[in-house]
Structure formats: structure tokens, C-alpha cells
Design a protein. Structure first.
Length: 495
């Protein structure tokens, strides 16, 4: 960092007009030390080096260093150079408004656009992404980090130049081919590698398709309740959202104007947990073909079904289905990986690939290649099998706690055993947001179900993530949560 000290001083000197060069340089150094830009206890560059970098005489720098020493800003160590004092004298700290420095400008008010204000007004992303009971958080400690690092290290020793530049081909070919094989077997997806685009998660995929396939004011359907992240992206892109209710069979196709796009989570409806029935799947496909609409299939949590038969993807039910299939590795591996994917109809592959390159300038090709190898060698499926067993056990343990200490009526209304969270039902009219706030103050992180509804008359409940919580942590946190429910006046059935 010492090499940057001179650059910082040269930048500051441009704004000083009064005084000699020596006075101005002294003022800049004083300010940098007081503000902590040059850290306490750190070493200043040698006078000869500082003079050369600043383009001034060494004598000027020597005089400035002597003045700093006399004032207590720095100390000299024989044979070791000049060091900033660990503790500055009180007189130094009181002189922050150095005379030669210009007074601080009045900060301008933060003026947001209407779109920016709308986005912030609906922002609900939580800063808490780990612990009991964060919904949707996988147990990242169980990922085989050592094995994945070994694959990365081997592939990175001699990286291909084409994996070190911007991506314009829809992502790493190795990963796209590996996904074709995996999705064909695991999810009955019908596609070839050219139909797959790698994205930085589902958010980017939703943003891309809405930008390319719709115009501001177009009508789109979205599940009610549904994922607030998708809803905010649709708002941001100026789309008219029709909230379509869901029941135990998933989204209920609505009457009225046909939508441009239909956003669904058919494998595990988020957040309630239903899977879309076969009759509803066929009805949606027929509607999309009739009105030339697009179905956006977010295959959320499809890997983690703990009982019953797996349901195939919507995309694979028909040849050339009007479906854009989206998936991510955030839940199966770890969220910070920031790798997702889209499977798009052939006629959309090239336009979406060009648009993605234009908007996002994709990268991360080295880690994409390692992930492709991880899948191809069978490690991905092995990891999913292990986590499916672990998460199933944790879900069962949490359900037993609910039934024993709260009562059966608090169990999820739609109790399909799948996913990384469940919905704790609460009595109508209670304030699930206030309960969430009280629980957070005591270290328990849940999300209120009401925030997933576009309209305020929705059900009340709490989303409890169990994937990243072992049984001991789960039991302790559940005891705290039960106390919050009792304090909120909710009648507990169990003794």
C-alpha cells in the first residue's frame, strides 16, 4: 500500500491553492493520518522514494517528515524508517480541520428516480442468510469443498485463454454439456447444449427474459403468494403483475386477458410448497400455445423431495414446449457460487445469448468448467443424495417439534415433503411481521408469510428454514420462537 501513498497525496494537492508546497504537503499528510487513510502504526515511504514519486526535492519531504515528528504524528526508528504513531496526541485529533484544506462540501441529497424509490420501497431481502431458521439456506458446511478445490486447481494450472476473457457463447461449453446429460435424466428436460445459457442465478435469468420478451405495461401472471425477488424484478421492468392464487394443486389459471408470461414454481411452489398437478400443467401449456405466451418455469428445490414420486419438468412434457426452464446451484451447492442456468426454446437461444452478452458480459468460465467436471464425474448427484437424506431428517425433526410443542394445526397446510423450508401456520389476523421482529431480536431468523403476498389479505405464517440447522440448534431456536408466539398472544394447543 505504501506505493499508493504518493498517488493519494498528489490527488489531494490538486485541491489546495494556499501556502507553499511544503505547507500543502504537510497538510495533506496530516489529514491522511488523522482520517486513517494512512493507518496508525504503519510505515511511511522513505523520503527518497516519496520525493521521487511526488516529483519534489528530497529536502521538501525531509522538512515535512521533521514537522510531523515534532507534532507527534510520526516517530523515527533508527535504521527502520519513519512510522505513524499508534496513538496520536489529543492536539492532533482536534486539528482535523487543517487550515490549508478546503472545508467539506455540503453533501447533496440522495435523489432517487421513481423506479429506484419503488424498488427500495418494496425491498425485503434479508441481511441474515445463515442460522435458525433462515429459509432457503443450504448447509454449506456439508459441501465437499476440498474435492471441488482439487478439481479447480487441476484445471486452473494451464487455463485456456478463451476462459480468461468475456463469455459470449452462453457460458462454458463443458458445463452446458454436463447439464444436458444431468437434466435429461433428473428432470426429463429436452434440450441440447446450444439451448442452455449460464447465468449468475435466477434473478439475472428473470431480468434477461423480461427485457427481451416483454415490453413495459405487458401483463404477466405470478403465483400468489410468490417469490418477492421475482416480483420486484417484474416491477422494475415495468410489467403489469396479476397475482394468481395457488392451492394444493399449484397455480389456478385465471380468466381475463391473456398474459405475456406466466411465472411458476411447479416442482415446489414457493413459498407454500405445493407441486403443480398434471391437469394444471397441461392447462398452462395449452393456454401458452393458444395465446403465444411464455411459461417461465423456476424449478425451485426440485432436487429435494423426501417422499412420493418425482414430477417431471413442465419443459419436458411436450416437444418444443413454450417454456423457459430456470435452475440454480444456490440451493444444491452454495449461494455464493452465483451460477444458474436457463434452458430456452431453440428459436430463442441465439437472441437471448446475444442479449445476455450485451447486458451482462458473462464470466467465471474457470469455475464453470470445474463445476461441469464436478457434475460429469458424478460428484454432484452424490452430494444431492447425501443432502436429501440429511434435509429430510431435519425436516422430520422440526415437524415433530411443531406437533409436540405447538399442536397439529400449526403444521403446514400443504405438507408435501420437499424443499429447504416449511410454513408454520398462524391464526388469521395475527401480526407475523411483528413476531418475526421479536424473534430476530433473540437471534432467531424467520420470514413472515404475509410478505410473500402481493395483496395484504393473505394468510399469516412463518417460513422456517431447517436445512442449515442441526437438531440441537433447531430445538434451542424453536424454544425461543415458541416464547415469541406466546408473548404475541397466540394460543398454543399442545401442553
Amino acid at each position: 500500500m505504501q506505493q499508493l501513498y504518493a498517488d493519494h497525496l498528489l490527488e489531494r494537492l490538486q485541491f489546495l491553492q494556499k501556502g507553499s508546497l511544503q505547507q500543502r504537503l504537510l497538510a495533506c499528510l496530516q489529514a491522511a493520518i488523522i482520517e486513517g487513510v494512512f493507518p496508525r502504526g504503519g510505515r511511511l515511504p522513505p523520503t527518497r522514494d516519496m520525493a521521487r514519486e511526488l516529483g519534489v526535492s528530497r529536502n521538501t519531504v525531509l522538512h515535512v517528515y521533521d514537522a510531523l515528528m515534532a507534532q507527534g504524528y510520526v516517530t523515527a526508528r533508527t535504521g527502520s524508517g519513519t512510522w505513524i504513531a499508534d496513538t496520536l496526541p489529543e492536539i492532533c485529533l482536534q486539528s482535523q480541520a487543517v487550515e490549508l484544506l478546503e472545508p467539506a462540501a455540503t453533501p447533496l441529497p440522495a435523489t432517487l428516480s421513481k423506479r429506484g424509490a419503488m424498488l427500495l420501497g418494496h425491498a425485503t431481502a434479508s441481511p441474515y442468510q445463515w442460522g435458525a431458521f433462515v429459509p432457503g439456506a443450504p448447509d454449506v458446511t456439508e459441501f465437499p469443498h476440498k474435492l471441488f478445490s482439487q478439481i479447480q486447481a487441476r484445471l486452473n494450472r494451464e487455463p485456456d485463454v478463451h476462459r480468461l476473457i468475456y463469455s459470449s457463447g452462453g457460458g462454458c461449453p463443458d458445463l452446458r454439456h454436463a447439464l444436458v446429460e444431468y437434466l435429461r435424466v433428473a428432470r426429463s428436460v429436452k434440450a441440447d447444449a446450444d439451448q442452455i445459457l449460464i447465468t449468475e442465478g435466477v434473478h439475472q435469468a428473470v431480468d434477461l427474459v423480461t427485457c427481451v420478451l416483454s415490453d413495459p405495461g405487458d401483463l404477466v401472471w405470478m403465483e400468489e403468494p410468490g417469490y418477492w425477488g421475482t416480483r420486484n424484478l417484474l416491477r422494475k421492468n415495468g410489467l403489469k403483475i396479476q397475482a394468481v392464487p395457488v392451492d394444493e394443486e399449484g397455480i389456478i389459471p385465471a380468466a381475463g386477458s391473456p398474459p405475456k408470461m406466466v411465472f411458476v414454481t411447479p416442482s415446489h411452489q414457493y413459498p407454500l410448497g405445493a407441486h403443480l398437478s398434471m391437469a394444471r400443467r397441461k392447462a398452462l401449456l395449452a393456454l401458452a400455445r393458444r395465446h403465444q405466451s411464455w411459461i417461465i418455469e423456476d424449478d425451485y428445490d426440485s432436487e429435494f423431495r423426501f417422499s412420493g414420486k418425482p414430477w417431471p419438468s413442465l419443459q419436458g412434457l411436450e416437444e418444443d414446449a413454450p417454456v423457459i426452464y430456470m435452475g440454480t446451484f444456490s440451493k444444491t451447492l452454495y449461494p455464493a457460487l452465483r451460477i444458474g442456468y436457463m434452458v430456452v426454446p431453440k428459436k430463442l437461444a441465439e437472441p437471448l445469448r446475444i442479449a445476455a452478452t450485451e447486458l451482462y458480459r458473462g464470466g467465471h468460465l474457470l469455475i464453470q468448467r470445474a463445476l461441469g467436471e464436478f457434475i460429469r464425474q458424478g460428484h454432484y448427484m452424490d452430494h444431492i443424495r447425501r443432502m436429501r437424506l440429511l434435509y429430510g431428517q431435519r425436516r422430520q425433526f422440526l415437524c415433530k417439534l411443531i406437533e409436540r410443542y405447538l399442536g397439529p394445526s400449526f403444521l403446514p397446510a400443504i405438507n408435501h415433503e420437499a424443499g429447504l423450508h416449511l410454513v408454520l401456520r398462524l391464526p388469521a389476523g395475527c401480526d407475523d411481521v411483528a413476531i418475526t421482529t421479536q424473534a430476530l431480536k433473540r437471534g432467531v431468523k424467520v420470514r413472515p408469510l404475509s410478505q410473500y403476498y402481493m395483496h395484504p389479505q393473505g394468510e399469516r405464517g412463518l417460513l422456517l428454514g431447517y436445512a442449515c440447522v442441526n437438531e440441537k440448534q433447531c430445538q434451542d431456536a424453536f424454544g425461543v420462537l415458541k416464547g415469541c408466539l406466546v408473548e404475541a398472544g397466540i394460543v398454543i394447543e399442545a401442553s
